[in-house]
Each structure stands twice: as structure tokens, then as C-alpha cells.
Design a protein around this ligand. Structure first.
Ligand code: NAP
Length: 210
């Protein structure tokens, strides 16, 4: 019987062995919060090379980024051009692609909003992994190395942060998978009886699994 955190540690230690054996060049994590990283770092030998997290102009996770910088962990942005915002955020339905601030900066450089957001990531030292099914957009998303945003433009995009990771974030993740995210116990997430039923779990954050 292992707790979810022990299972995560077991997986991470297996990654550490792959690294020691020369089977992989680097190991990392995804969607770890500061609290989860602290819990992990207290138990393992290798600092993760990367933490892949939701990060775009509307959700910048600045505290997490500062922690990464302190510990030498690369911040890798998923939904880097705000893909997750296209689905709507409650009644607001505000998309980064149609943001007026980003649009004005794009027009000033004869670039697209997507290119401006990717350039913003690169200039702040992040890795970004945009996704497109369209060859033309994939090419567009690579074409970001021939212009530079000014300090004022960078600051204007920095100011768009809402601190909101979307409806239910991160609780929705817990509900979707019916498990507690390892290391998140300190956040005291509890599911309502209806959520517990939907998730098919016991809803007990301290529960163990076989
Ligand atoms: N670790 C995690 O938990 C996690 C979670 C979510 C996502 N990810 C990864 O992160 C990557 C990207 O995230 P994401 O897909 O959520 O968001 P994203 O890359 O920010 O946005 C993708 C959306 O933007 C559109 N798009 C792409 N390039 C565009 C452009 N130049 N102009 C206009 N629209 C453009 C795409 O549509 P088209 O395809 O039609 O072009 C798609 O709707 C994915 O590869 C995914 O695997 C990781």
C-alpha cells in the first residue's frame, strides 16, 4: 500500500535511475506547484530539469517561476499561446488570441498575436510548446526569431496576468482523474459527495491505493 506521494517518488526515483544509467539526458516533472516541488526536492537527489506547467499571458504563475529560477528548474509553458483560454472562462470567454493589448503589439511588429506570445516566452527565458494541426501555423509559430519586444511591450503583457488558471483549476484536475495530486495534501482539497461520486473515488485525500 503506497500513498500517492510515495508512488510519485517511486516514479521519480525510476527516472533518476534512467538518468544515472545514461538512458535519458534529463528528467523533469509537469504541473508541480511550489509546495509539490518542495516535497519532491526534500526526498530526491536530482533536481528536475524542467517543470511543464500551464503558462500564458492570462495565467503566469509568477511565484512558481521565481521558485524555478531559484532552484535552476526550466519553466516550460503548456498552452503557451493560451489555447486553454479559447474554450471560454465562465461568462467572460476572453481569449488571449483576441486580446487588444497583444493585438496592438502584434500590429506594431507586423506579427501575429501567437508570435508575440511565443516571443514573450522566449525573451523571459521559458521553453514554450505551442500545438497546431496546421502546417502554416506550425511554421508561423517557429518564425519568432527575427523581432524583439521592447521592455514596455513585455511589461504590458506581464500586466495581463489574471492569476486564474481557468474554471476549477486545479480542483478540476483532481476531479477529472479522481485522485489527489501528490504533494497537494497541504492544500486540503476535499471533494463534495457529488464530486466524489463523479470521480469514482473515496474522496479521502489521505487514502492509500494498492
Ligand atoms: N502537461 C500538461 O498537463 C499539458 C496540458 C495541456 C496541454 N499540454 C501540451 O501543451 C501543448 C500545447 O498546449 P495547448 O494545445 O493546450 O495550447 P496552445 O498551444 O496554447 O494552443 C493550441 C490552440 O491554438 C491554435 N493555434 C496554434 N497555433 C496558432 C496560431 N499561430 N494562430 C492561431 N491559432 C493557433 C490551435 O489550433 P490548430 O491546431 O487548429 O492550429 C489550438 O486550438 C500540447 O502539445 C499539449 O500536449 C500539456
Amino acid at each position: 500500500m503506497f500513498t500517492q506521494f510515495e508512488k510519485t517518488l517511486g516514479s521519480y526515483r525510476a527516472l533518476e535511475k534512467l538518468l544515472a544509467d545514461g538512458k535519458v539526458r534529463a528528467i523533469g516533472v509537469s504541473n508541480f506547484s511550489v509546495e509539490q516541488l518542495i516535497a519532491l526536492l526534500a526526498e530526491v537527489d536530482v533536481v528536475p530539469a524542467v517543470n511543464q506547467v500551464q503558462l500564458h499571458p492570462y495565467f503566469q504563475q509568477k511565484d512558481l517561476q521565481a521558485f524555478h529560477a531559484e532552484r535552476g528548474i526550466l519553466t516550460q509553458a503548456w498552452s503557451p499561446i493560451g489555447g486553454i483560454t479559447f474554450y471560454g472562462r465562465g461568462d467572460e470567454k476572453r481569449s488571449t488570441l483576441s486580446d487588444s493589448v497583444i493585438g496592438a503589439i502584434a500590429a506594431a511588429h507586423a506579427k501575429t498575436p501567437a508570435q508575440v506570445m511565443l516571443r514573450w516566452h522566449l525573451q523571459e527565458g521559458r521553453s514554450a510548446i505551442p500545438k497546431s494541426t496546421k502546417p502554416q501555423r506550425i511554421a508561423e509559430n517557429f518564425d519568432v526569431f527575427n523581432f524583439e519586444l521592447t521592455a514596455d511591450e513585455m511589461a504590458a503583457i506581464d500586466a495581463l496576468d489574471t492569476g486564474d488558471g481557468g474554471p476549477g483549476w486545479p480542483d478540476e484536475v483532481l476531479l477529472s482523474f479522481g485522485i489527489v495530486i501528490p504533494g497537494s495534501l497541504s492544500r486540503k482539497h476535499t471533494l463534495t459527495p457529488a464530486q466524489t461520486h463523479a470521480a469514482g473515488s473515496s474522496g479521502d485525500p489521505e487514502r492509500t491505493q494498492k
